[in-house]
Design a protein around this ligand. Structure first.
Ligand SMILES: Nc1ncnc2c1ncn2[C@@H]1O[C@H](COP(=O)(O)OP(=O)(O)OP(=O)(O)O)[C@@H](O)[C@H]1O
Ligand SMILES: [Mg+2]
Length: 683
């Protein structure tokens, strides 16, 4: 650590080479010289002025943000829905705006006619009138704020709800591509920006327009010659602010994008604590996060430097005008051409003219920031939802007949992870999917769950293309225990009933008995009502797996998909689960990714995947007879103590050949063309 530690700070012991040097950096006191400060400020301003191009949207695959027309089309329905509240708020704004006008005139009367006119009797009524106007103004202001806050909240909530509902319908691939933390910023922070734009700014816009026009009229009433001079000021303000508009818009986009990055780093940090601790990377993690925050701070400083200069440019013309009026007014009063009260009122109404003009100019700048939010939120409404979300025939029950017809799939649309897979599974059949790691077993199940759309070929459920069915109702009939079990915060019972809220307690218990988790749960002080932490932190991996399996069973599905459901379990527990499973799933189609021989042997059909192809399909016995590769896989597995791995290179030589789509098709008996290929290989 280079910088000196503050007095009293504990020194950290030196670290082993190759590790992060130290856990946390010591406090650094940095003295900035005045020249340095100025130089930095100029650098920030320079950088801010260089922002010109609007960034591309990472969520839309690098496309530009939607046009203003598209933004309005996306968000207009929300404003329409809350128009009454908006109109009430606007009514108060107009009322409050008008209420501000009598005050300077009353003050003029007070100075010129009451004070300078020595009319003592009028003093009390005029002061009371001023007080009454002020009081009514305050009250109306309070109501205005209350109504607008409600409007703001309702609108935000409405947009947020629609956005979240939409987000939940985005395809799974969308979530694979984008980091959670980043999405959180896009889904919550940016929405705030949009609604702010439509409540606060519009309020000020209306109020300022009233002030501006009424102020101009009163200035003409008070002294038309001076008023005429004043009218050149607003265009000067607008013109000077225009120059900065685009730069502020681009800078706002950059700032929000950076906040998204910070959020995803935060999320990554908090979800990888064991890794950070195990690899002793605290300092590196911290410096990476701080680096992102620094970048965000830099953008804020650039923004602030630009803001100050913009303010200066906007404020210059009114300041000169004020001075001019003061000098001319003083001359006219001294030469008895004007009254002091009139000068006071004129100065006050000038505020009504310049204040709004200034504010309108800065609203234009704020509008750029809100516009950036609007574009970012609107872009989310343009992302297409997953296929058949809310469309297609609702599924009531499935027989469990499944067919893959030449199904090809590539996550990136190019490199096939599954290549021309064809097989058919009859209702009630038990299918084991085996193959080395990374060959596409989970991917195949994901396609069954319709998490992704096949790049080529078709999947059929009960003889009909999957695209005929509404995807939510189809999934409701499929029980799924993912490879990495996911549990939610809440009680064990809530987790178990997650897919079937109506499940009876006896059914839940039966499922838990099958999954060999009931005894454990029953032994807990609160039993099924025991709360588990987020993602089940107080459970072992094996317990989580068993809960995940039980949850899939509780759903009472027609098709059950288990992705290595017992990989974290000891052989004995696994064996008793598989002994009980057939009864629990009787009559349902079961897909199970398995590595252990006992599971494979009991399955009615085995699908052997390797290098993204379906190498063999059939019963265990038929495959033993027909596929040399399968035999080698199984015998290797026996030796290695229970895991299916890729066999030694010399064994599967024949499978390096690429069979045609037709050859890659397997029927129930495993006697397809590719089987002949294997037989040829054996020969
Ligand atoms: N979301 C994803 N995006 C892009 N590629 C992916 C994604 N998920 C998996 N892959 C790739 O697809 C291939 C198959 O992965 P898959 O998870 O289906 O393998 P698997 O057979 O289930 O392996 P394992 O036995 O290790 O679980 C792998 O090469 C992997 O890199
Ligand atoms: Mg897998």
């Amino acid at each position: 650590m280079g910088s000196p530690s503050p007095p009293g700070a504990r020194s950290l012991s030196p670290m082993r080479p190759g590790h992060d040097s130290g856990i946390l950096p010591s406090y650094r006191t940095r003295a900035w010289s005045a020249v340095e400060l100025l130089k930095n400020w100029l650098a920030y301003l320079g950088a801010a002025l260089s922002h010109r191009d609007l960034p591309e949207d990472p969520l839309a695959g690098g496309k530009k943000y939607p046009s203003l027309k598209a933004n309005l089309r996306n968000l207009f329905p929300f404003f329409l829905r809350h128009w009454k509240m908006g109109a009430a708020g606007a009514g108060f704004i107009v009322f409050n705006g008008l209420l501000a006008f009598p005050q300077p005139l009353i003050s003029r009367f007070l100075i010129d006619d009451v004070i300078l006119g020595h009319r003592l009797l009028l003093l009390a009524p005029v002061v009371l009138l001023l007080l009454a106007v002020a009081l009514i103004g305050r009250l109306a202001g309070m109501l205005q704020q209350y109504i607008l806050t409600i409007y703001h909240q309702e609108l935000s909530l409405d947009i947020q709800e629609a956005l979240l509902a939409r987000t939940l319908r985005y395809p799974k691939a969308f979530f694979d591509r984008n980091q959670t933390g980043y999405l959180m910023t896009r889904l919550s922070g940016d929405v705030g920006g949009v609604t702010w734009f439509f409540s606060e700014t519009v309020v000020h816009l209306i109020q300022n327009l009233i002030y501006f026009f009424a102020g101009a009229a009163l200035l003409f009433y008070l002294e038309w010659r001076l008023a005429l001079c004043m009218l050149v000021v607003p265009p000067a303000i607008v013109w000077s602010s225009k120059f900065f508009t685009g730069k502020i818009r681009a800078l706002s986009h950059a700032g929000m994008e950076q906040r998204g990055k910070i959020s995803s780093r935060f999320q990554e940090m908090l979800t990888t604590i064991p890794l950070i601790k195990a690899f002793n990377t605290e300092a590196r993690t911290l410096s990476r996060l701080i680096g992102e925050i620094r970048a965000s701070n830099r953008l804020s400083l650039e923004s602030s430097a630009l803001g100050t200069v913009t303010d200066l440019a906007i404020g210059l013309a009114p300041d000169i005008a004020r001075l001019l009026v003061f000098v001319l007014g003083a001359y006219w009063i001294i030469t008895d051409q004007w009254t002091l009260g009139s000068l006071y009122a004129f100065q006050a109404y000038m505020g009504y003219l310049f204040g709004p003009a200034h504010q309108l100019a800065s609203i234009n700048l704020q509008l750029q920031q809100a516009g950036a939010s609007l574009e970012r939120v609107s872009a989310l409404f343009d992302i297409a939802p997953e296929e058949n979300a809310g469309t297609g025939e609702a599924v009531d029950r499935l027989c469990g007949d499944i067919e893959f017809r030449d199904v090809t799939f590539a996550y990136d649309g190019k490199t096939a992870v599954l290549d021309r897979i064809s097989f058919r599974v009859r209702p009630g059949e038990r299918v084991a999917i085996v193959g080395p790691s990374g060959t596409g077993k989970t991917t195949l199940l994901s396609l069954l769950m319709r998490f992704y759309r096949p790049t080529g070929g078709e999947i059929h459920f009960d003889g009909r293309p999957a695209t005929d069915f509404e995807v939510g109702s189809l999934r409701r009939r499929i029980g799924y225990a993912p490879q990495v079990p996911v549990l939610l915060s809440g009680t064990l019972m809530e987790n178990l009933r997650y897919g079937n809220l109506e499940a009876r307690r006896e059914d839940v218990i039966r499922a838990c008995r099958t999954a060999e988790i009931h005894d454990f749960i029953a032994g807990l002080p609160d039993g099924y009502e025991t709360a588990i932490g987020e993602r089940g932190v107080n459970l072992s991996e094996g317990q989580k797996q068993r809960l995940s399996l039980a949850r899939a069973l509780v759903q009472d599905p027609d098709i059950l998909i288990l992705d290595e459901p017992t990989s974290a379990l000891d052989s004995m527990t696994e064996r008793s689960i598989f002994a009980a499973l057939p009864k629990a799933v009787a009559g349902r189609t079961l897909f199970i990714v398995a590595h252990r021989l006992s599971t494979i042997r009991d399955a009615g059909k085995v699908l052997l995947l390797d290098e993204n192809r379906l190498i063999a399909a059939g019963t265990h016995e038929s495959l033993l007879r027909s596929s040399g590769y399968y035999r080698s896989v199984v015998s290797y597995q026996d030796v290695s103590g229970g895991c299916v791995s890729r066999p030694a290179p010399e064994t599967p030589g024949a499978f390096a050949a690429t069979p045609s789509a037709k050859e890659n098709r397997y029927d129930d008996t495993g006697t397809g063309a590719a089987s002949s290929l294997h037989r040829a290989a054996r020969a």
